[in-house]
Design a protein around this ligand. Sequence first.
Ligand code: FES
Length: 443
Amino acid sequence: MVDIGTLVDSKQGLINPLIYTDPALYQLELDRVFGRSWLFLAHESQLPNRGSFVQTYMGEDPVLVVRQRDASVKAFLNQCRHRGMRICRADAGTNKTFTCSYHGWAYDLEGNLINVPLEERAYHNQIDKSQWGATKVPRVQSYKGFYFGTWSDEVPEFEEYLGEMKYYFDAAVDRWDNGLEFVKGATKWVIDCNWKFAAEQFTSDMYHAPISHASAMVALFEDPAMRSLFDPSPHDQGRQFAGHGHGTGSMGIPEFGPDILAGPEYSAWQIANRDQVYNRLGTDRAHKIMIHNNIFPNFSWLGTASTMRVWHPRGPGQIEVWAWTYVPKDAPESARKGVREVTQRTFSPAGVFETDDGENWTEIQQVMRGWKARSTLFNAQMGLGFEQRDYPGMPGMSNDLYSEMGARGFYQRWQDLMKNLSWKEIAELDAQRRAAEQEVQPA
Ligand code: FES
């Protein structure tokens, strides 16, 4: 096993490509990164009734997320304790119990084992069913309609884990008086790349957009003004937040609403309801689009395209993307239609921008099949030493959208977890790094 401490150097902005390819590191990642972080499980709109459930993954572990009889939400490993078959094979639905399709062991909504076929004859009434329930996800927390879970009893509470990213998450999820919801129907697809390429890009990377998406912008828009959407100069200098491994990039918008793509009905609805947003977020935050966003490790969203997604890891060289369109709960169908269409047109398996991104990540993964290529260091030095967190009123916001401080923070958090530092040690190091960062700021 390579020395994890040498794989990432966030002070120098250097990345060893082994972190994207090495099978042993990947197995360690499942345990130390995915096993010790808060992971997105579901949105409340996916669990409307008692007994509603969705199947998802925490890393590679399949889990069932279930609305309980008392309306709380619990989660457990979707693995039968008899021989390990999935307890439930449906993606989503409403159940009173879950019965394994192999030999018929049955579980209640909390994952407790409640019935074993032929219990008297085959087990001689000796099986203690209370000992053979599904493995529970010990901590599930609800934040503004979003459920996150963790296997770790050590990771801080979810709000503390978010840190300053809470300000930016709220800008997306706490925007409307009646909240938001996921449009029914997830889109799911596979990309042959390491999960960190996707997560890092959504944390930190606006730099690629005017280049990678240039052709798609021309193909999608006749209006030259629209083609400059990814160029921050006409709108604002652009800013970037990075902290605790999370990240976002924001641009200012001259008029209200992140709706330039979503059509006149949605624009009109937003303008008619904009006082809600001003009251909830303040005018400054309301006039920012948080474009790319990632909550470490693998929950991302795009403020411009109303898509939220999880990059489920599937080995060092593959991910399964699960993506949803989100809309304000109160928006009428005519307005939602524009949002749904623009999400599918831009960031979906067939979306013009999504395919650009997937092509980049797949190609990089292919290049790293070469032994020389996967031992040649990557440069993550953009903006190094020039970061200034000086934007008034926006916590931790830096001075430039074109910077890789988010990427460096993402890989630093990854490395801290991979080194198996305790969360207490990580918090102390984070504080020291932030203090050092203040010291190197230009006067
Ligand atoms: Fe589930 Fe046998 S594996 S009942």
